[in-house]
Ligand binder design. Structure first.
Ligand code: ASP
Length: 439
């Protein structure tokens, strides 16, 4: 059994957190490959080391004052090293980093040092081999990720290594220039390592006990999702529910490796298991609810629209011209509605309306703003009759007007449009009817 374990910044923010991580790794021999993030925040007012590195580099590479912030970064690591009573001295590493900053080694190089140094500390603490991500994770010259070379090199390098620490977030081009993934990218490294070594499990340790059924800012103490499929996760993540970097899903998904989201501060919790497919019956009819505010709808009406071939294409062409992506297109017989992000649309609104008039000569075009979309997602919905009925009666009871309904052909989710001002209330009503009532 081989497990890849990735620890997020809050799990490695202090010596105290490192000790928890050490206990977790040592309690299961199959946890053989460790991916650390950079030290995160120790409390709400604290700063992430990655953010400090960006600031420090900005100053150092433009001739500004950077010493103070570099000292601050150094002290974060010293605190951890002292707290763990390690015999490790990073003075030389910091000298090299300072020199490279002044010589403009690049923002990516700067940011990557958070993970690099934490990897050195972690390897020393655990007694595992340190494998620099710059030697095994590859990027093309243009900065895009090189999946093929990475998979090959990672696989070959780790084949003979029993236990290793591989820092997350970065890699390098063939000439050694350091590149990073986008923020939160250590999740991606974990996924790549899991794929390359054919892991049985990718454990992603963070500071929550998994994916929650609903946003805790709206629902007090929501239930944790026990098992979720990749497709359900995609639907919820699209609507803003996030715990994991989006790009972390693809590599393991293709290999059929499950991801387990776990909580470093509550290792006894089972967390959420993300799988390709499962026979396990979901605990509730729905798996999760997520949503976003800030949409706007463009309602187009034209008598006999349904007989006009190419109508939809022409309308969408106008949106394409202005680079606006559409989210949903519910339609009636003589009406068509396009949902877009308000912030993306506002700048072009009048041009889009004019374009639609020119191309399809509608009877009228009407805009409605300040709308929210809510996705009710669950593989269990397919086998259960009456799910939509329950959603709408719950909303009616809460006196919420439904503006739009869209059920995907997969029967995996139902999307509901409501006014921004009804958003929270609508989520509460849906949560109550499916989760509180089924508890
Ligand atoms: N340290 C990086 C960040 O703050 C990457 C990560 O933590 O995954 O975005």
């Amino acid at each position: 059994m081989k497990k890849v374990v990735k620890f997020g910044g809050s799990s490695l923010a202090s010596a105290k957190q490192f000790k928890k991580v050490g206990d977790i790794i040592r309690s299961d021999k199959s946890r053989r490959y460790v991916i650390p993030s950079a030290p995160g925040k120790r409390n709400d007012k604290d700063e992430k080391v990655t953010d400090m590195l960006y600031q420090c580099y900005e100053a150092a590479s433009t001739g500004g004052a950077y010493k103070k912030i570099l000292e601050k970064i150094k002290s974060r690591y010293e605190e951890i090293i002292d707290g763990l009573e390690l015999n490790l001295n990073l003075t030389h590493e910091f000298e090299t980093i300072e020199e490279n900053f002044v010589n403009k080694a690049g923002r990516d190089y700067a940011a990557s040092r958070g993970e690099y140094l934490n990897g050195l500390v972690m390897a020393e603490y655990l007694g595992f081999e340190f494998v620099d991500a710059a030697d095994v994770v590859f990027f093309h010259e243009d900065g895009s990720f090189d999946a093929e070379t990475t998979n090959r090199e990672l696989g070959e390098r780790l084949e003979s290594v029993e236990r290793a620490v591989i820092p997350g977030f970065y890699g390098a081009t063939a000439d050694g220039t350091v590149k990073t993934f986008s923020r939160g990218g250590s999740d991606v490294t974990g996924s790549l390592v899991a794929k390359a070594i054919h892991a049985d499990m990718y454990e992603n340790w963070t500071d929550v006990s998994g994916f929650l059924v609903a946003d805790p800012r709206i629902i007090k103490n929501p239930e944790v999702i026990e098992t979720i499929t990749y497709r359900e996760l995609r639907e919820l993540a699209y609507m803003g529910a996030s715990v994991l970097h989006e790009d972390a899903i693809f590599p393991v998904r293709k290999e059929g490796i499950p991801i387990n989201i776990r909580n470093t501060n509550k290792p006894e919790d089972k967390g959420t298991l993300i799988v390709e497919s499962t026979c396990r019956k979901p605990r509730y009819t729905i798996t999760g609810i997520a949503g976003k505010k800030g949409f706007c709808s463009i309602n187009i009406e034209k008598a006999m629209m349904n007989a006009e071939v190419g109508f939809g294409r022409k309308v969408l062409e106008v949106f394409e011209k202005y680079g606006i992506s559409f989210e949903h297109i519910p339609s009636g017989i003589d009406t068509m509605t396009v949902f877009v992000h308000q912030s993306e649309f506002e700048e072009y609104e009048q041009s889009v309306i004019a374009g639609i008039h020119r191309l399809v000569e509608p009877d009228f075009v009407e805009l409605e703003s300040d709308l929210a979309l809510i996705a009710v997602v669950g593989r269990g919905m397919k086998a259960t009759r009456g799910t939509a009925g329950r959603i709408f009666s719950a909303l009616a009871h809460a006196r919420i007007n439904v503006k739009m309904i869209d059920q995907g052909s997969s029967e995996l989710n139902i999307i509901i449009g409501v006014k921004n001002s009804d958003f929270e209330q609508a989520i509460k009503a849906i949560y109550d009817i499916f989760i509180t009532a089924e508890l």
